[in-house]
Design a protein around this ligand. Sequence first.
Ligand SMILES: [Cu+2]
Length: 113
Amino acid sequence: MKAVFFSILTIAAFSLSFKIDSGNITEKFKVYGNCGMCKERIEKALMVKGVKYAYWDKTTEMATVKFNPEVVTLDQLHKNVAAVGHDTDKVKADDKVYENLHSCCQYERPKKG
Ligand SMILES: [Cu+2]
């Protein structure tokens, strides 16, 4: 019984520290991309004022961003990534910007609709 209580406590403490960190929240979202160049481009686009940490995983194509929602919104982060040519699960990049990406960076775009 004691062990159950402590594991619940540990999970609660962990999720709390993950979610709240002096006003910062951590969000994960899909960003389409291919390679290391994409990674640099995506992470650079995400590192704006209010962002503490930005990481893009090439294998899962998931961006993890820790930011202060009072300074920058999640919507804005999606737009920043789309502005440099990468589609997200919310915002689609402009076709022209996508076409100007390095050929190795022209990831397979998500299906429309
Ligand atoms: Cu690339």
